[in-house]
Design a protein around this ligand. Structure first.
Ligand SMILES: [Fe+2]
Length: 250
């Protein structure tokens, strides 16, 4: 699946509108997004076609969907009687709109996280559309997300910092101490992390389903010759070697 140039532009416009709704930090955020505009607008959300949104504009398309899912999940939890004290909807939306910021890479030209994969074989046969940029140091997305926000001088609350860290849920093992606690007091004080994880799962799954329903037919795989050598084959090869060396059959 690919977006048209018009859809990419529309998504970008909508994204900037939503950033402007985060009034308290809109100015600081706009400085960052003005600087990284082209990269953010065109970035994919992942590297493999069967992950999610691995196409130009896929990042913003994903983030907008997560923002919508997060709001709906928030109201679902509210309706079902969850305790929604301890954080604001504004904090949740800040996390939703920035939870994957680290996927945009390090500041500076040419420091994107995902770069187009030049190997046609890998693109066609493995669906590896993008490849990690070897220039960058290894980083976990939530860590780079939080680092980037501080790099651009954007303040965040503890709720927001933790929400950014917990969005991957237990897929990210570093979140274990937060999700698996041994005492009532050490449990998470708010459900923001759970809501973000559910919203991100929902959006990514929807994006996978959209791709899967419209994916091109799989290329016909050429069978590679089996490299298994049976005892009889070994015998044949040994006979051939003997013949080549001594000019006579064993
Ligand atoms: Fe995400």
């Amino acid at each position: 699946m690919n977006l048209t140039a018009e859809q990419i532009q529309e998504n970008w416009k909508e994204f900037r509108n939503r950033i402007n709704q985060l009034t308290a930090r809109a100015d600081d955020l706009n400085v960052m997004y003005d600087e990284i505009e082209e990269r953010a607008m065109m970035a994919p959300a992942s590297s493999f076609d069967h992950y999610h949104n691995a196409f130009p504009g896929g990042y913003i398309d994903h983030v907008l969907r997560v923002d919508e899912c997060a709001e709906k999940v928030y109201f679902l939890w509210t309706e079902m009687g969850a305790d929604m004290e301890g954080y604001s909807l504004d904090e949740l939306r800040f996390v939703a709109l920035h939870h994957d910021l680290g996927k945009l890479g390090f500041p500076g030209d040419g420091n994107e996280i995902y770069i187009p994969n030049e190997s046609e074989w890998h693109r066609k046969n493995l669906g590896k559309i993008y490849t990690p940029n070897p220039k960058n140091p290894f980083s976990m997305v939530p860590d780079l997300t939080i680092w980037l926000l501080q790099h651009y001088g954007i303040k965040m609350t503890w709720n927001e910092m933790l929400g950014l860290k917990l969005t991957d849920g237990l897929y990210d093992e570093s979140t274990k101490p937060y999700f698996i606690s041994r005492t009532a007091d050490s449990k998470l004080k708010t459900n923001l992390g759970y809501i973000m994880h559910q919203a991100d799962c929902m959006a990514a799954r929807i994006e996978f389903e959209k791709w899967y329903k419209n994916k091109p037919a799989a290329p016909i795989q050429k069978k590679r010759p089996a490299k298994i050598i049976t005892n009889s084959q070994t015998q044949v090869n040994a006979s051939k070697m003997f013949e080549d060396l001594f000019g006579d059959k064993q």
